[in-house]
Design a binder for this molecule. Structure first.
Ligand SMILES: [Zn+2]
Length: 314
């Protein structure tokens, strides 16, 4: 029988699980609710029970599972311990150890969810075929993950891959969620793009399709207007592309990946977004004609289970 591996992506409202062949083929995926009460102490018990159930239904023995990977929403120390997971209520736990003992000592490996998603995209998603990628996730915030030689670079303080908080804009005055000012996240996240649009509309009298949305404008409204050729919306996206390109050029000169994989809700704008970013990225990297490919993520919300499963394959 072909060996299996399991990917578990622990989120604040639900836990996503996937049963894979070690070749990367997804056999079955499912979800269970995240029980956060009592400091989140039932979460891993629920995961273990659910895994046993699914294996039993499919007549798969735990011994035929190479390992279980675990993506958690917070910084994970090299020994798998988690100091604090605000979304889950976890404090000073080692989910890797706990899940292993709940599953008869099975091999369990954990990682930060954003880094794990990047690994998933490298394995079976937008970065397939590459060993060195940087994921740029443009959602409510901006996250990321750095994969070198098919391994997550997690750093020594849980900071590696926190590309959303690279400072790129000196003239920014509003604070970022991280406590800093002028972070990438403040201009390139979905909320950041909407804010930039409100600022541009307030600073100009130019007619624009964006004005019909007023202060309720969303990143999607901005992108739709920009794609339709709206001048002010194009200016907003040019600013977004400028700062994303600037950050990515700095990251390229630090780790020189083969590819940048852009994911998250904002990436639904597709090739239009890639083109806007690439224009600026190219301008900030005149140093070399051999440049990283910029492309789109492919796995959506499944990136986490793919990456978690890949974690246990070494
Ligand atoms: Zn920040």
């Amino acid at each position: 029988m072909c060996k299996k591996c399991i990917g578990v992506d622990v989120g604040g409202t639900s836990v996503k699980l996937g049963l894979f062949e070690t070749t990367g083929k997804l056999l079955f995926k499912w979800e269970i609710p995240t029980r956060k009460e009592d400091g989140g102490k039932y979460i891993l018990e629920d995961v273990a029970v659910s895994i046993r159930e699914v294996l039993r239904e499919r007549l798969i023995h735990l011994e035929d599972v190479v390992g279980i990977g675990l993506g958690v929403p917070g910084p994970v120390m090299p020994d798998g311990s988690v100091e604090m997971c605000v979304n889950l209520g976890w404090k000073n736990v080692n989910p890797q150890q706990q899940l292993s003992s709940l599953l008869d000592g099975a091999f369990v490996k954990s990682g930060n969810d954003a880094n794990v998603a990047a690994l998933g995209e490298m394995w079976q998603g937008g970065g397939m075929g590459f060993s060195d990628i940087v994921m740029v996730t443009l959602g409510t915030g901006v996250g990321g993950g750095v994969i070198m030689d098919e391994k997550i670079i997690s750093g020594k303080h849980g900071l590696a891959g926190e590309i959303g908080h690279i400072h790129i804009r000196d003239e920014e005055t509003e604070p970022c969620n991280c406590g800093g000012v002028g972070c990438v996240e403040q201009v390139a996240s979905a909320t950041g793009i909407a804010r930039e649009a409100r600022r541009k509309m307030a600073a100009s009298a130019e007619p624009s399709a964006m004005r019909q949305f007023g202060d309720d404008i969303t990143a999607k409204d901005v992108l739709d207007a920009a794609k339709a050729g709206d001048k002010l919306a194009l200016e907003v996206m040019d600013t977004v592309g400028h700062y994303l390109g600037l950050m990515m050029a700095q990251v390229a000169m630090t780790v020189d990946p083969q590819m940048f994989v852009i994911g998250g809700g904002v990436s639904k704008a597709g090739q239009f977004l890639v083109d806007v970013v690439k224009k600026h990225y190219d301008a900030f990297t005149p140093i070399s004609t051999r440049k990283a490919v910029i492309g789109l993520a492919k796995l959506g919300n499944d990136a986490g289970i793919y990456g978690a499963a890949r974690l246990v394959l070494g």
